[in-house]
Design a protein. Structure first.
Length: 345
């Protein structure tokens, strides 16, 4: 079927309206009528070719929330009318060590991205800035019915990308967690770490969003433009999650870790980081990275957010506002996720 979508046609041109083809639903697949699609900073890095070359035109979007409209004959896990979501990948090899261990986000043969990839059918994948999507039901998530779909969409990337390292590095009671950057990922990290029972601090460029951060569950809020922050918080955190999309001197933040603390990089700027060995050796510190989460963990995160009533703080926009929204995200002027209403495509 032909469906309406928004595509990027070149790295330096505005996104524009288009139509794309969605395949017929296979026996193991479902078709979702997309209601809302979040704008992740990764969409912007991708369409602007900041992470490498891209095949244009490209339809991005990997924070997809909608309603099941059709199910293949073998599918028992979904029914028409269910609320469903798709995140950053729509398939993986299913056979490698990691896929077998339930770590399909780290598929050794490369999981198949929701966009900027080639699907099993040999066709380029196309993401959530569109009206409909067809995918294998194994890679589709159940969205708890108590979460509004616009607030749920960003959970599919921003939610799981922060939930996964918080779980893996044991955020919880008695742990001090720092979140660098209060954007799309950061505002999810604050809510989730707070719900896990950790003591949460935001490390933002300024104090402009302090009230919001506290309302989201932060116990403390610091401006990184203030030199005293780095003196006062030396050796303070068990875990720091860096969500910043731009280059940042992580060495300064390593000094804020306690002995055995970990700084986990989820923000993905294109330039390499410079880290002297001594920033890690003293205090047995870990500098780590983390990529989204597995399908199983994404479902666990959605259930957790359903139980705790956690959704994203969203600004719902129409298709006409996408280019302006991109500029605002890059300028850190987002509170806290733009979500496209696909009825306006
Ligand atoms: P976002 O909404 O733009 O948030 C990034 C935040 O970083 C901003 O709100 C801002 O927070 C801070 N920031 C921006 N520029 C800065 C600068 N020059 N110096 C210091 N702080 C700055 O982006 P997002 O959608 O949350 O994504 C964040 C990053 O994570 C992107 O690089 C994205 O590609 C990446 N990502 C990674 C994964 C993964 O699996 N690892 C998944 C999704 C996204 P303040 O205003 O509070 O300072
Ligand atoms: Zn994303
Ligand atoms: Zn695999």
């Amino acid at each position: 079927m032909q469906v309406k979508a928004i595509a990027a046609v070149a790295p330096d041109r505005p996104l524009e309206r288009t139509t794309i083809e969605r395949r017929d639903v296979g026996p193991d697949e479902v078709r979702i009528a997309i209601k809302f699609a979040g704008i992740c900073h990764s969409d912007i890095h991708t369409v602007r070719s900041e992470w490498g070359t891209v095949q244009y035109p490209i339809v991005v979007g990997h924070e997809i929330a909608g309603v099941i409209e059709e199910v293949g004959e073998n599918v028992t896990s979904f029914a028409v009318g269910d609320h469903a979501g798709i995140g950053c990948f729509v398939d993986s090899c299913r056979e490698c060590e990691n896929c077998k261990a339930g770590l399909d986000n780290y598929c050794l043969n490369g999981s198949i991205g929701t966009y900027n990839a080639v699907g099993r059918d040999g066709e380029p994948t196309a993401g959530g800035y569109s009206e409909q999507i067809v995918a294998d039901a194994r890679y589709v998530l159940h969205i708890p019915e108590n979460l509004p779909l616009d607030e749920a969409a960003p959970l599919l990337c921003a939610g799981v990308t922060t939930y996964s390292p918080l779980r893996h590095w044991n955020a919880g009671p008695g742990k001090r967690v720092g979140v660098i950057g209060l954007g799309g990922l950061g505002h999810m990290a604050v809510q989730i770490a707070h719900a896990m029972g950790a003591e949460v601090s935001v490390l933002s460029q300024s104090l402009k969003k302090k009230e919001d951060g506290e309302a989201l569950g932060a116990d403390h809020y610091y401006a990184t433009s203030d030199e005293s922050t780095f003196e006062d918080l030396r050796g303070h955190f068990d875990l720091i999650v860096n969500t910043v999309s731009a280059d940042l001197d992580v060495v300064r933040y390593l000094s804020l870790l306690r002995t055995d603390g970990a700084l986990v990089q989820v923000g993905a700027p294109s330039k390499p980081m410079q880290v002297p060995a001594f920033a890690l050796i003293g205090g047995r510190k870990t500098l780590a990275g983390s990529a989204i989460g597995s399908i199983a963990e994404t479902q666990e995160m959605l259930d957790f957010c359903g139980e705790h009533g956690i959704g994203a703080k969203v600004e719902v926009i129409s298709a006409d506002q996408v280019n302006e929204a991109y500029e605002r995200v890059v300028a850190s002027d987002v509170r806290y996720r733009f979500v496209i209403d696909t009825a306006t495509l």
